[in-house]
Design a protein around this ligand. Sequence first.
Ligand code: ZN
Length: 386
Amino acid sequence: MSLRKETTIKLIRSTCVRVAAGAMFYSGALNLLRRAQYRRVTGDREGKAQVYPFAVLLYHRVNPDNDPFFPATSVKVFDAQMRYLAENYRVVALADIIKGIRQGLGVAPGTIAVTFDDGYRDNYVYAHPILRKYDLPATLFAATSYIGTDKLMWNDKLAMAMKLTTEQSISLPGVARASSLTSVPEKLSVLEQIIEQLKTLPEPEKQDWVERIVRRLLSKTMKVEPVMLSWAELRRLAHEGWEVGSHTTNHVILTRVPLADAKEEISSSSAVLQQKLDRPVELFAYPNGKSGDYDLSIQKFLADSGYIGAVTTDDRLNAQDADLFAIGRKSPWEKSVPHFAWKLQWSYWRHSSPSATQRDSESGIKPVTAAVNRPSTAADRTTTSK
Ligand SMILES: [Zn+2]
Protein backbone atom coordinates (compact mmCIF):
# COMPACT_ATOMS: atom_id res chain seq x y z
CA MET A 1 0.00 0.00 0.00
CA SER A 2 1.32 3.46 -0.85
CA LEU A 3 2.23 5.82 1.99
CA ARG A 4 -0.39 8.30 0.79
CA LYS A 5 -3.15 5.69 0.79
CA GLU A 6 -2.09 4.47 4.23
CA THR A 7 -2.16 8.04 5.60
CA THR A 8 -5.63 8.63 4.13
CA ILE A 9 -6.97 5.41 5.70
CA LYS A 10 -5.48 6.39 9.08
CA LEU A 11 -7.06 9.83 8.81
CA ILE A 12 -10.49 8.39 7.94
CA ARG A 13 -10.24 5.87 10.79
CA SER A 14 -9.29 8.50 13.38
CA THR A 15 -12.07 10.83 12.15
CA CYS A 16 -14.60 7.98 12.52
CA VAL A 17 -13.36 7.27 16.08
CA ARG A 18 -13.64 10.96 16.97
CA VAL A 19 -17.14 11.26 15.51
CA ALA A 20 -18.32 8.05 17.24
CA ALA A 21 -16.71 9.13 20.54
CA GLY A 22 -18.43 12.53 20.28
CA ALA A 23 -21.81 10.94 19.58
CA MET A 24 -21.45 8.51 22.52
CA PHE A 25 -20.26 11.27 24.83
CA TYR A 26 -22.79 14.01 24.04
CA SER A 27 -25.79 11.65 23.85
CA GLY A 28 -25.00 10.34 27.36
CA ALA A 29 -24.59 6.79 25.99
CA LEU A 30 -21.00 6.55 27.24
CA ASN A 31 -22.12 7.28 30.81
CA LEU A 32 -24.99 4.80 30.62
CA LEU A 33 -22.69 2.08 29.32
CA ARG A 34 -20.14 2.78 32.04
CA ARG A 35 -22.75 2.51 34.80
CA ALA A 36 -24.10 -0.70 33.28
CA GLN A 37 -20.58 -2.11 33.18
CA TYR A 38 -19.95 -1.27 36.86
CA ARG A 39 -23.22 -2.96 37.84
CA ARG A 40 -22.28 -6.00 35.81
CA VAL A 41 -18.75 -6.38 37.15
CA THR A 42 -19.64 -5.62 40.77
CA GLY A 43 -22.87 -7.74 40.78
CA ASP A 44 -22.83 -10.34 43.52
CA ARG A 45 -19.27 -9.46 44.50
CA GLU A 46 -20.41 -6.31 46.29
CA GLY A 47 -19.02 -6.10 49.80
CA LYS A 48 -16.02 -8.35 49.07
CA ALA A 49 -12.55 -6.88 48.58
CA GLN A 50 -11.78 -6.93 44.87
CA VAL A 51 -9.05 -5.41 42.78
CA TYR A 52 -10.84 -3.80 39.86
CA PRO A 53 -8.71 -2.57 36.97
CA PHE A 54 -7.20 0.84 37.57
CA ALA A 55 -5.50 3.32 35.26
CA VAL A 56 -2.57 5.57 36.06
CA LEU A 57 -2.29 8.64 33.84
CA LEU A 58 1.12 10.02 32.93
CA TYR A 59 1.71 13.71 32.24
CA HIS A 60 4.92 15.64 31.73
CA ARG A 61 4.58 19.34 30.92
CA VAL A 62 1.30 21.24 31.28
CA ASN A 63 1.42 24.78 29.89
CA PRO A 64 -0.12 27.14 27.33
CA ASP A 65 3.08 27.51 25.23
CA ASN A 66 2.08 25.34 22.26
CA ASP A 67 5.79 24.88 21.49
CA PRO A 68 6.34 21.95 19.08
CA PHE A 69 9.88 21.43 20.39
CA PHE A 70 8.59 20.90 23.95
CA PRO A 71 5.30 18.98 23.66
CA ALA A 72 2.93 19.69 26.54
CA THR A 73 -0.67 19.13 27.52
CA SER A 74 -2.37 22.49 27.10
CA VAL A 75 -3.81 24.10 30.23
CA LYS A 76 -7.28 24.12 28.68
CA VAL A 77 -7.14 20.42 27.77
CA PHE A 78 -5.74 19.49 31.19
CA ASP A 79 -8.53 21.41 32.93
CA ALA A 80 -11.19 19.66 30.82
CA GLN A 81 -9.64 16.22 31.43
CA MET A 82 -9.43 16.75 35.21
CA ARG A 83 -12.98 18.01 35.34
CA TYR A 84 -14.14 14.92 33.47
CA LEU A 85 -12.22 12.63 35.84
CA ALA A 86 -13.59 14.44 38.91
CA GLU A 87 -17.14 13.95 37.67
CA ASN A 88 -16.86 10.40 36.38
CA TYR A 89 -14.01 8.50 38.05
CA ARG A 90 -12.66 7.78 41.50
CA VAL A 91 -9.35 9.67 41.49
CA VAL A 92 -7.12 8.19 44.20
CA ALA A 93 -3.50 8.88 45.18
CA LEU A 94 -1.29 6.15 43.69
CA ALA A 95 0.22 5.17 47.06
CA ASP A 96 -3.29 4.65 48.46
CA ILE A 97 -4.19 2.33 45.57
CA ILE A 98 -1.03 0.29 46.17
CA LYS A 99 -1.58 0.16 49.92
CA GLY A 100 -5.18 -0.95 49.33
CA ILE A 101 -3.91 -3.88 47.26
CA ARG A 102 -1.15 -4.79 49.70
CA GLN A 103 -3.50 -4.70 52.69
CA GLY A 104 -6.15 -6.80 50.95
CA LEU A 105 -8.66 -3.94 50.85
CA GLY A 106 -9.02 -4.09 47.07
CA VAL A 107 -9.44 -1.35 44.49
CA ALA A 108 -12.90 0.07 43.77
CA PRO A 109 -14.33 0.15 40.21
CA GLY A 110 -13.40 3.21 38.15
CA THR A 111 -10.28 4.01 40.19
CA ILE A 112 -7.63 6.16 38.51
CA ALA A 113 -4.45 8.00 39.56
CA VAL A 114 -2.79 11.09 38.09
CA THR A 115 1.02 11.27 37.86
CA PHE A 116 3.66 13.65 36.48
CA ASP A 117 7.23 12.75 35.53
CA ASP A 118 10.51 14.67 35.75
CA GLY A 119 9.55 17.73 37.85
CA TYR A 120 8.69 20.55 35.46
CA ARG A 121 7.94 23.90 36.99
CA ASP A 122 4.74 24.24 34.96
CA ASN A 123 3.26 21.40 37.04
CA TYR A 124 3.29 23.83 39.96
CA VAL A 125 2.26 26.91 37.99
CA TYR A 126 -0.52 25.44 35.82
CA ALA A 127 -1.48 21.89 36.85
CA HIS A 128 -1.55 22.41 40.61
CA PRO A 129 -4.30 25.09 40.68
CA ILE A 130 -6.48 22.92 38.41
CA LEU A 131 -6.04 19.83 40.58
CA ARG A 132 -6.81 21.94 43.65
CA LYS A 133 -9.94 23.33 41.98
CA TYR A 134 -11.31 19.79 41.50
CA ASP A 135 -9.80 18.51 44.75
CA LEU A 136 -7.82 15.75 43.02
CA PRO A 137 -4.66 14.06 44.36
CA ALA A 138 -1.53 13.66 42.23
CA THR A 139 1.94 12.12 42.34
CA LEU A 140 5.08 13.74 40.97
CA PHE A 141 8.26 11.79 40.17
CA ALA A 142 11.30 14.05 40.43
CA ALA A 143 14.72 13.59 38.83
CA THR A 144 16.41 15.25 41.79
CA SER A 145 19.62 16.65 40.31
CA TYR A 146 17.52 18.95 38.09
CA ILE A 147 15.30 20.32 40.86
CA GLY A 148 16.28 23.84 41.88
CA THR A 149 18.68 24.29 38.95
CA ASP A 150 18.57 25.76 35.45
CA LYS A 151 19.92 22.50 33.99
CA LEU A 152 18.00 20.99 31.10
CA MET A 153 17.37 17.27 30.80
CA TRP A 154 19.32 15.73 27.89
CA ASN A 155 16.33 15.52 25.55
CA ASP A 156 15.30 19.11 26.38
CA LYS A 157 18.88 20.26 25.78
CA LEU A 158 18.80 18.74 22.30
CA ALA A 159 15.34 20.18 21.63
CA MET A 160 16.45 23.66 22.67
CA ALA A 161 19.57 23.49 20.51
CA MET A 162 17.51 22.25 17.55
CA LYS A 163 14.96 25.02 18.06
CA LEU A 164 17.58 27.77 18.23
CA THR A 165 20.02 26.55 15.59
CA THR A 166 20.54 28.47 12.39
CA GLU A 167 22.44 25.57 10.79
CA GLN A 168 20.82 24.52 7.51
CA SER A 169 21.70 20.83 7.78
CA ILE A 170 23.29 18.20 9.98
CA SER A 171 25.07 14.93 9.38
CA LEU A 172 25.79 12.59 12.27
CA PRO A 173 27.11 9.23 11.05
CA GLY A 174 25.85 6.50 13.36
CA VAL A 175 23.19 8.71 14.94
CA ALA A 176 21.18 10.52 12.28
CA ARG A 177 21.12 10.57 8.50
CA ALA A 178 22.38 13.69 6.71
CA SER A 179 19.35 15.94 6.95
CA SER A 180 18.17 19.40 6.12
CA LEU A 181 17.16 21.69 9.00
CA THR A 182 15.45 24.48 7.08
CA SER A 183 11.94 24.08 8.51
CA VAL A 184 10.35 23.24 11.86
CA PRO A 185 8.99 19.84 10.67
CA GLU A 186 12.47 18.91 9.40
CA LYS A 187 14.06 19.94 12.68
CA LEU A 188 11.45 17.97 14.67
CA SER A 189 11.95 14.87 12.56
CA VAL A 190 15.75 14.94 12.99
CA LEU A 191 15.36 15.63 16.70
CA GLU A 192 13.14 12.59 17.17
CA GLN A 193 15.56 10.43 15.20
CA ILE A 194 18.51 11.57 17.34
CA ILE A 195 16.65 11.10 20.65
CA GLU A 196 15.47 7.59 19.79
CA GLN A 197 18.95 6.60 18.68
CA LEU A 198 20.70 8.06 21.74
CA LYS A 199 18.30 6.30 24.13
CA THR A 200 19.82 2.98 23.07
CA LEU A 201 23.37 3.97 24.09
CA PRO A 202 25.09 3.52 27.44
CA GLU A 203 24.70 6.64 29.58
CA PRO A 204 28.23 8.18 29.24
CA GLU A 205 28.21 7.68 25.50
CA LYS A 206 24.77 9.28 25.27
CA GLN A 207 25.85 12.32 27.30
CA ASP A 208 28.95 12.66 25.16
CA TRP A 209 26.83 12.68 21.99
CA VAL A 210 24.45 15.26 23.47
CA GLU A 211 27.31 17.69 24.11
CA ARG A 212 28.79 17.11 20.64
CA ILE A 213 25.44 17.65 18.90
CA VAL A 214 24.67 20.81 20.90
CA ARG A 215 28.12 22.20 20.00
CA ARG A 216 27.48 21.34 16.36
CA LEU A 217 24.13 23.14 16.36
CA LEU A 218 24.96 26.22 18.41
CA SER A 219 28.04 28.38 18.34
CA LYS A 220 27.18 30.15 21.61
CA THR A 221 26.29 28.66 25.00
CA MET A 222 22.55 28.30 25.57
CA LYS A 223 21.09 30.69 28.12
CA VAL A 224 17.74 29.39 29.31
CA GLU A 225 15.16 30.18 31.97
CA PRO A 226 14.78 27.44 34.60
CA VAL A 227 12.09 25.00 33.47
CA MET A 228 12.31 22.63 36.43
CA LEU A 229 10.75 23.09 39.87
CA SER A 230 12.62 24.83 42.65
CA TRP A 231 12.90 22.99 45.97
CA ALA A 232 10.56 25.58 47.55
CA GLU A 233 7.93 24.83 44.89
CA LEU A 234 8.30 21.08 45.29
CA ARG A 235 8.05 21.44 49.07
CA ARG A 236 4.88 23.49 48.67
CA LEU A 237 3.35 20.83 46.42
CA ALA A 238 4.21 18.15 48.98
CA HIS A 239 2.73 20.22 51.80
CA GLU A 240 -0.42 20.75 49.78
CA GLY A 241 -1.01 17.04 49.35
CA TRP A 242 1.02 15.89 46.35
CA GLU A 243 2.87 12.63 46.72
CA VAL A 244 6.49 12.96 45.62
CA GLY A 245 8.32 9.90 44.31
CA SER A 246 11.79 9.32 42.96
CA HIS A 247 12.72 9.31 39.27
CA THR A 248 16.47 8.78 39.93
CA THR A 249 19.03 11.54 40.45
CA ASN A 250 20.21 12.13 36.88
CA HIS A 251 17.37 10.56 34.88
CA VAL A 252 19.59 7.78 33.60
CA ILE A 253 18.05 4.71 31.98
CA LEU A 254 18.86 2.19 34.70
CA THR A 255 19.80 -0.72 32.44
CA ARG A 256 22.30 1.44 30.52
CA VAL A 257 24.58 1.83 33.54
CA PRO A 258 26.28 -0.77 35.80
CA LEU A 259 23.96 -2.10 38.52
CA ALA A 260 25.96 -0.37 41.28
CA ASP A 261 25.41 3.00 39.56
CA ALA A 262 21.71 2.26 39.08
CA LYS A 263 21.40 1.53 42.81
CA GLU A 264 23.24 4.75 43.64
CA GLU A 265 20.89 6.73 41.36
CA ILE A 266 17.92 5.32 43.29
CA SER A 267 19.39 5.70 46.80
CA SER A 268 20.76 9.21 46.34
CA SER A 269 17.53 10.59 44.87
CA SER A 270 15.48 9.01 47.64
CA ALA A 271 17.84 10.39 50.32
CA VAL A 272 17.73 13.95 49.00
CA LEU A 273 13.92 13.87 48.68
CA GLN A 274 13.56 12.60 52.24
CA GLN A 275 15.93 15.22 53.53
CA LYS A 276 14.42 18.17 51.60
CA LEU A 277 10.75 17.19 52.01
CA ASP A 278 10.99 15.54 55.41
CA ARG A 279 8.85 12.53 54.50
CA PRO A 280 9.39 8.96 53.35
CA VAL A 281 9.68 8.25 49.63
CA GLU A 282 7.49 5.27 48.74
CA LEU A 283 7.10 5.39 44.96
CA PHE A 284 9.48 5.21 42.01
CA ALA A 285 9.22 5.86 38.26
CA TYR A 286 11.72 4.24 35.87
CA PRO A 287 13.29 6.78 33.45
CA ASN A 288 12.02 6.05 29.93
CA GLY A 289 10.05 3.25 31.61
CA LYS A 290 9.84 0.68 28.80
CA SER A 291 10.25 -3.03 29.53
CA GLY A 292 13.98 -3.07 28.80
CA ASP A 293 14.65 -0.02 30.96
CA TYR A 294 14.44 -1.88 34.30
CA ASP A 295 15.09 -5.45 35.39
CA LEU A 296 14.52 -7.84 38.26
CA SER A 297 17.63 -6.73 40.20
CA ILE A 298 16.41 -3.13 40.11
CA GLN A 299 12.89 -4.13 41.13
CA LYS A 300 14.29 -6.17 44.03
CA PHE A 301 16.53 -3.32 45.12
CA LEU A 302 13.53 -0.96 45.18
CA ALA A 303 11.49 -3.41 47.27
CA ASP A 304 14.41 -3.96 49.68
CA SER A 305 14.88 -0.18 49.97
CA GLY A 306 11.36 0.35 51.28
CA TYR A 307 9.54 1.41 48.12
CA ILE A 308 5.99 0.07 47.85
CA GLY A 309 5.66 0.30 44.06
CA ALA A 310 7.13 1.55 40.79
CA VAL A 311 5.61 2.82 37.57
CA THR A 312 6.60 2.22 33.95
CA THR A 313 5.52 3.90 30.71
CA ASP A 314 3.95 0.71 29.36
CA ASP A 315 0.63 1.79 27.89
CA ARG A 316 -1.88 -0.36 29.78
CA LEU A 317 -4.31 -0.56 32.67
CA ASN A 318 -3.45 -2.61 35.74
CA ALA A 319 -5.51 -5.61 36.72
CA GLN A 320 -5.75 -7.82 39.80
CA ASP A 321 -2.49 -9.58 38.98
CA ALA A 322 -0.58 -6.32 38.51
CA ASP A 323 3.10 -6.37 39.36
CA LEU A 324 3.34 -3.46 41.81
CA PHE A 325 6.91 -2.82 40.67
CA ALA A 326 5.89 -2.56 37.00
CA ILE A 327 2.67 -0.56 37.03
CA GLY A 328 1.46 0.49 33.55
CA ARG A 329 0.49 4.07 32.71
CA LYS A 330 -1.43 5.79 29.95
CA SER A 331 -0.34 9.09 28.37
CA PRO A 332 -3.47 11.06 27.49
CA TRP A 333 -2.60 13.15 24.44
CA GLU A 334 -6.21 13.42 23.21
CA LYS A 335 -7.23 17.05 22.89
CA SER A 336 -11.00 16.54 22.94
CA VAL A 337 -12.75 15.34 26.09
CA PRO A 338 -15.06 12.89 24.22
CA HIS A 339 -12.03 11.25 22.63
CA PHE A 340 -10.21 11.14 25.98
CA ALA A 341 -13.33 9.74 27.71
CA TRP A 342 -13.89 7.13 25.03
CA LYS A 343 -10.30 5.86 24.96
CA LEU A 344 -10.18 5.67 28.74
CA GLN A 345 -13.49 3.84 28.98
CA TRP A 346 -12.43 1.48 26.23
CA SER A 347 -9.33 0.53 28.25
CA TYR A 348 -11.48 -0.25 31.31
CA TRP A 349 -13.85 -2.37 29.22
CA ARG A 350 -10.97 -4.44 28.00
CA HIS A 351 -9.99 -5.25 31.59
CA SER A 352 -13.40 -5.73 33.10
CA SER A 353 -13.12 -9.07 34.90
CA PRO A 354 -12.20 -8.73 38.55
CA SER A 355 -10.94 -11.40 40.89
CA ALA A 356 -10.42 -11.62 44.61
CA THR A 357 -7.56 -9.60 46.04
CA GLN A 358 -4.44 -11.57 46.65
CA ARG A 359 -1.69 -10.33 48.85
CA ASP A 360 1.63 -9.94 47.15
CA SER A 361 4.35 -12.45 47.65
CA GLU A 362 6.69 -11.57 50.47
CA SER A 363 9.09 -9.52 48.37
CA GLY A 364 6.33 -7.97 46.30
CA ILE A 365 8.32 -8.92 43.21
CA LYS A 366 6.93 -10.91 40.36
CA PRO A 367 8.96 -11.87 37.31
CA VAL A 368 9.17 -9.33 34.52
CA THR A 369 8.35 -11.14 31.33
CA ALA A 370 9.93 -8.55 29.06
CA ALA A 371 13.47 -9.03 27.86
CA VAL A 372 16.12 -7.42 30.00
CA ASN A 373 19.10 -5.93 28.26
CA ARG A 374 21.53 -4.65 30.86
CA PRO A 375 24.84 -4.44 28.99
CA SER A 376 27.50 -6.72 30.40
CA THR A 377 30.40 -5.77 28.18
CA ALA A 378 31.38 -2.68 26.28
CA ALA A 379 30.71 -4.51 23.00
CA ASP A 380 27.23 -5.50 24.16
CA ARG A 381 26.36 -1.96 25.02
CA THR A 382 26.29 -0.68 21.49
CA THR A 383 23.78 -3.35 20.48
CA THR A 384 21.22 -2.72 23.21
CA SER A 385 17.84 -1.47 22.10
CA LYS A 386 14.81 0.03 23.81
ZN1 ZN B 1 11.31 11.06 32.87
